[in-house]
Ligand binder design. Structure first.
Ligand code: UT7
Length: 324
């Protein structure tokens, strides 16, 4: 027998306010046509004044717990991926823990920008498989609208706010590729690319929050190669191939990057879950938001093989394969 981290439920939350491309075109020199053609994005959600990352995360966590049919007290580990915490410290995960009425176990944040959810999933999976914890909430939650330079058309049109979560439980499985749960995770980073996508502020450097800065074309240039490499790692580790995958749920940064990655890996277009059109790039929240959409609309079902990937600031990148 092998211990696996099995998904019991997933959920998400999007702030009520929607910002369309047409509205953005009244603020900066851009157009709906340019944004759709270059990114696939049509709209994004924006957190209300006073609505924090922790609030989005708590709503997503509650939805995931309801989907799992679990009380919050069953959770003994919370790993929250975010680059837009409520405060410099303590961790936003602690606010989420408190909001859910939990005061046992551990809760901490994880910072890997857009790859945050894959890094958080891998972290929780390792803790569950060692027996250290029994049930984990893995959350991706962001309010990127708060760190955007709304005068920079090269970045402000790309991002949005939101949160998604999954509940994982350590369960004994036969130890075969037919097992439910997380089958493999692969994480990578390379700090040589640090200045291509970063925030120009922070407590230790400027004592300000700062704004997101990105050399979009440079990030784009590396994205497809890094994504496909780390997916090949996942295939090699499991003996699975693109044909075995039922659903490809990539980080939602740009439709062109997603299409090119799927094409290079020979993943059929109908297996690709796309939400970038409605959500924009929600960084660490994008994968659990997309998972939640595909579970709710009936595409992802129990027993399906799901491939996740993400790439972002750092650079960081990673992949995961799980059987739902
Ligand atoms: O999730 C984290 C990872 N991040 C990403 O994956 C983002 C990766 N990068 C991208 O998705 C793309 O590089 C962008 C969508 C950011 C940009 O697309 P691009 O095809 O690489 O365009 P570009 O940066 O090469 O810019 C082309 C032109 C430029 O004008 P010139 O120099 O050709 O005259 C830009 O100034 O488009 C211009 N431009 C815009 N025009 C209208 C840049 N932003 C805009 C805009 N509206 N919003």
């Amino acid at each position: 027998m092998t211990v696996r981290s099995v998904v019991l439920g997933c959920g998400s939350y999007l702030p009520r306010q929607i910002l369309t491309n047409a509205e953005l075109a009244t603020r900066v020199d851009t157009s709906d046509e340019w944004i759709v053609q270059r990114t696939g994005i049509r709209q994004r959600h924006i957190a209300a004044e006073g609505e924090f990352t922790s609030h989005l995360a708590i709503n997503a966590a509650r939805a995931a717990l309801a989907d799992a049919g679990l009380d919050a007290q069953a959770i003994d580990l919370i790993v929250l991926a975010t680059s837009t915490p409520d405060n410099t410290f303590p961790a936003t995960a602690v606010a989420v823990q408190h909001g859910l009425g939990i005061n046992h176990g551990a809760a901490f944040d994880l910072q890997a920008v857009c790859s945050g959810f894959v890094f958080a999933l891998a972290t929780a999976d390792n803790f569950l498989r060692t027996g250290a914890y029994k049930r984990a909430l893995v959350i991706g939650a962001e309010t990127f609208s708060r760190i955007l330079d709304w005068n920079d058309r090269g970045t402000c049109v790309l991002f949005g706010d939101g949160a998604g979560a999954v509940v994982l439980e350590a369960q004994d499985q036969p130890g075969k590729s037919g097992d439910r749960g997380v089958l493999t995770t692969h994480l990578r980073s390379d700090g040589r690319h640090k200045s291509k996508l970063y925030v120009d502020g922070g407590p230790s450097s400027t004592q300000t929050v700062g704004h997101l800065r990105m050399e979009g074309r440079e990030v784009f240039k590396h994205a497809v190669g890094m994504i496909t490499d780390v997916i090949v790692d996942a295939f090699n580790a499991t003996g699975l191939s693109a044909e075995d995958i039922n659903w490809f749920v990539p980080h939602q940064a740009n439709k062109r990057i997603i299409d090119a990655s799927a094409h290079k890996l020979h993943i059929a277009p109908q297996k690709v879950v796309l939400t970038v059109d409605r959500h924009g790039n929600t960084s660490a929240a994008s994968i659990p938001l997309a998972l939640s959409v595909a579970v709710r609309d009936g595409r992802i079902k129990r027993g399906d093989l799901v491939l996740l990937e993400a790439m972002g600031g750092g650079f960081t990148w990673g992949s995961a394969v799980l059987r739902w």
